[in-house]
Design a protein around this ligand. Structure first.
Ligand code: NAD
Length: 497
């Protein structure tokens, strides 16, 4: 149906349905999909619940084998899926491929994890008793994902969920449904090779926010892992809490970098550039606030402006492009509005504005903007999902930390310094209040080995590495009495005679 249709054919995705999906790169149709109905969602949830009863009995290392096979499919189809990610989300091809690599990495991690779902043995206070803590499969997990990581976020959740014994039900962003269908097609191939997995282990539910709301409200789904805006989390959280489900929330960020006088400025400029303009400023971990010590402000900012001037904005599949398009018109308008608001607050704006409209009339390419602010206030306190970097001057590390922590979001943060005391202070209890705190690394581009997520209005959830897997399992404390007596805890005497 379109010049992009070859890409979908590679995954065997049917080009049918009444919803047209367009590429943000050129506004042209990429494919068509059909949204789920209340009935089809009901069927998928019921099927996931039935799958859970069988899957929880499968030994975890065998469950890991399915994820291993899926990782193989991803390796084979990395180029095609990376290209689709690029075309449907607008991120440059390198980042599309990187996202698929992240899926492969988390599969590898999950395969190893499938042999390490450790519990504890705890000393009992009662003689002849053994106490243990065991992690059991939890149940179907709903994964609601955002447009900007259209496949990796699902993989972070699904790879862990599957080895933990949980089926996955995926509600992808309405802006990137094709990536979800392609991923599911690869997963189906892995399932066929695996052989005896129950039907309904992985399902995709397509639709708008109401489809997400339906899953959030369903008591058969004990865990809802939702990634997106703080607005979405504020809606999903109470719905899940109302039924005493668990919500793992990965929401918006407003990430800062502190640059201190001893910093390697060359390194800092490179890190700032990747973190602030990469993915066209549409990462949850994008650098949005640059807090520069007054002693190096005049050395850093002109260099940064020169680097900004060299950034190539263009079609995400074109070699040499560093910044692709914004996802849609609304996103571009939000950027324009934020820049106008910052200017009204005394900000000095360099960059911004639409470009390449003649070449791609149906797309929204913007020049990344740098805004020198007289103080941290107004729109600088919000997350605008676009390439805007606000810059403010600081007089000390203390002031930097106060500003850095002085926003409602708490996802990622970093400091550039060669002073050990400053670096240690930044990652200490009284340093950054974020889930992620880096030294001489930008705030974006996390590895999968660590737990990923943030505090405050970022939602508090953790997924991916470390012991994030525990969110996908049910903790059970079990005590076994192998004696012939019945001693009570706390020495309580309860003798009926
Ligand atoms: P969004 O909130 O508009 O949508 C995200 C998902 O939530 C979509 O699938 C959407 O259909 C669904 N949704 C929206 N409202 C809902 C509701 N009331 N009930 C149930 N589901 C609902 O976000 P977006 O524009 O796709 O993504 C950008 C946002 O996501 C940014 O704020 C970004 O910071 C955040 N994000 C956070 C992380 C993280 O790990 N912290 C990662 C990626 C993106």
């Amino acid at each position: 149906m379109t010049r992009h249709s070859d890409i979908l054919a590679a995954f065997g995705i049917p080009a049918s349905g009444d919803v047209t999906v367009r590429s943000p790169a050129d506004g042209l149709p990429l494919g068509r999909v059909a949204y789920d109905t209340a009935e089809s969602i009901e069927t998928k949830v019921a099927s996931a619940q039935a799958a859970f009863l069988a899957w929880r009995e499968v030994p975890a290392p065998r469950r890991g084998e399915l994820v291993r096979l899926f990782g193989e499919e991803l390796r084979t189809h990395k180029a095609a899926l990376g290209r689709l990610v690029s075309l449907e989300s607008g991120k440059i091809l390198q980042e599309g491929l990187g996202e698929v690599q992240e899926m492969i990495d988390i599969c590898d991690f999950a395969v190893g994890l499938s042999r390490q779902l450790y519990g504890l043995t705890i000393a009992s206070e009662r003689p002849g008793h053994r106490m243990m803590e065991t992690w059991h499969p939890l149940g179907p997990v709903a994964i609601i994902s955002a447009f900007n990581f259209p496949v990796a976020v699902w993989a972070w959740n699904a790879a862990l969920a599957l080895v933990c014994g949980d089926p996955a039900i995926w509600k992808p962003s309405e802006k990137t449904p094709l990536c979800a269908l392609a991923t599911q097609a690869l997963f189906d191939t892995a399932l066929a090779r695996f052989g005896d997995a129950p039907a309904g282990l992985s399902a995709v539910v397509l639709g708008l926010s109401d489809a997400g709301r339906t899953l959030a409200a369903d008591p058969r789904i004990p865990l809802v892992s939702a990634t997106g805006s703080t607005r979405m989390g504020r809606a999903v959280g109470p719905v899940v809490a109302e039924r005493f489900g668990r919500a793992l929330l990965e929401l918006g960020g407003n990430n800062a970098m502190i640059v201190m006088p001893s910093a390697d400025l060359e390194l800092a400029v490179r890190a700032i550039l990747f973190a602030a303009v990469g993915t066209a400023g549409q990462r949850c971990t994008t650098l949005r606030r640059l807090l520069v010590h007054k002693d190096v402000y005049d050395a850093l900012i002109p260099r940064l402006k020169a680097a900004y001037a060299r950034v190539r904005v263009g079609h995400p599949l074109e070699a040499g492009t560093l910044v692709g398009p914004l996802i849609d018109a609304a996103s571009f308008q939000a950027m324009e509005a934020a820049l106008a608001s910052a200017a009204a607050d005394g900000g000095v704006v360099t960059g911004g504005g639409q470009i390449l409209a003649d070449l791609h009339p149906g797309a929204f390419y913007a020049r990344p903007a740098l805004v020198e602010m007289p103080a941290q206030h107004g729109v600088m306190l919000q997350e605008t999902f676009a390439p805007i970097l606000y810059v403010a001057k600081i007089g000390s590390l203390e002031e930097g930390l106060t500003l850095q922590n002085g926003v409602k979001q708490g996802l990622s943060s970093c400091i550039f310094t060669r002073d050990m005391q400053e670096a240690e202070r930044f990652v200490s209890a009284s340093g950054s209040d974020c889930g992620i705190a880096n030294v001489n690394i930008g705030p974006s581009g996390a590895e999968i080995g660590g737990a990923f997520g943030g505090e405050k209005e970022t939602g508090g959830g953790r997924e991916s590495g470390s012991d994030s897997w525990k969110a996908y399992m049910r903790r059970q404390t079990a005590t076994v009495n192998y004696s012939n007596a019945l001693p009570l805890a706390q020495g309580i005497q309860f003798d009926a005679g």
